[in-house]
Design a protein around this ligand. Structure first.
Ligand code: PEP
Ligand code: MG
Length: 322
């Protein structure tokens, strides 16, 4: 198997009936890029920037962040790199921000909510991203977006910082795609409206499943509800992909579901454009997709969308593997 996969290292990911999808990787630090290239990643679909802020006593400087982003963009050599702005809060705390304890951290002051309330922190990160943008193919993504207003506010700050940098004589890439994580049901339900304003979506199923099912992603006792194959999740994913395509935009997925062998046939059938997963899953996913017909997976997905229970979906997917 391993040697078979090695042959796929530089291959494009094309289904048996000739449709191309992109296989990208999720990374957490610049050191992870090596593994992405060694495993045939066609890009980075999610660069989590939390590492810059965690395990230390004060906020990272613009320069530190710029260095990290520039390194990743250069090492990826013009392949697309989606960098997500800070997603702190929830289970990830920053003691030095001295934020009050919350009853429901996952429903609280996290990610874009926190960044919009602490604009100095956010602007520093945006400036670092903008300055790094000239070193590769950067796309910027905002986490935990629930409303259009949040997206517009974040975009406005980014535009202000762009103007400031240009007036200071610094270089900024002419076009930087701007997207959102779709990980709140609100964003998924409003995807048709978001699609008119964003350049892309990346579906964050880790959170989207927890918020759709109202089941804590860390709580074993309710893990029976945490089901990527649930028809409700599949319908949500379909809404997002269709909304993107209706506006000529692309839709990716960077939650764990994107690298799940049993989910891949369904996601291919639903029309997902980019699958972003841990680097070590890429070659396996590529070898799987080469054998799948997108047309056939489309009819599988259409059937799954009409099913009533998770188990029915799982049984239908199992047939594919026979
Ligand atoms: C997600 O929610 O699916 C996601 C990719 O983000 P994180 O796991 O960092 O919350
Ligand atoms: Mg998330």
């Amino acid at each position: 198997k391993k040697t078979e996969w090695a042959k796929l290292l530089h291959a494009r990911t094309v289904s048996a009936d000739g449709c191309h999808v992109k296989l990208a990787a999720n990374i957490g630090t610049p050191e992870d890029v090596k593994g992405v290239l060694e495993n045939g990643g066609e890009g980075i679909g999610l660069f989590r920037t939390e590492f810059l802020y965690m395990g230390r006593n004060q906020l990272p400087t613009e320069e530190e962040q710029f260095d990290a982003f520039k390194t990743v963009l250069e090492d990826m050599e013009e392949k697309p790199v989606v960098i997500r702005t800070l997603d702190i809060g929830g289970d990830k705390e920053l003691p030095y921000l001295n934020l009050p304890e919350e009853m429901n951290p996952f429903l609280g002051f996290r990610a874009i909510r926190l960044c919009l309330e602490l604009p100095d922190l956010f602007r520093t990160q945006l400036r670092a991203l903008l300055r790094a943008s000239v070193y590769g193919n950067l796309k910027i993504m905002f986490p935990m977006i629930a409303t259009l207003d949040e997206f517009r506010s974040a975009k406005a700050l980014l535009e202000e910082e762009t103007q400031k940098l240009l007036s200071e004589g610094q270089r900024v890439a002419e076009k930087i795609e701007l997207g959102i994580m779709v990980e709140t049901p609100s964003a998924a339900i409003l995807a048709d409206q978001f699609a008119k304003e964003v350049d892309f979506f990346s579906i964050g199923t880790n959170d989207l499943i927890q918020y759709t099912m109202a089941a804590d992603r860390m709580n074993q006792r309710v893990s029976y509800l945490y089901q990527p194959y649930s028809p409700s999740i599949l319908r949500m994913v379909k809404m997002v992909i269709d909304a993107a395509h209706a506006e000529g935009k692309w839709a990716g997925m960077c939650g764990e579901m994107a690298g799940d062998e049993r989910a891949i046939p369904l996601l291919l059938g639903l029309g997902l454009d980019e699958f972003s997963m841990s680097a070590t899953s890429i070659l396996k996913a590529r070898s799987q997709i080469l054998l799948l017909s997108k047309t056939e997976m489309k009819s599988l997905a259409e059937k799954a969308l009409q099913m009533k229970t998770t188990n029915e979906v799982i049984e239908a997917v199992k047939e594919i593997f026979k």
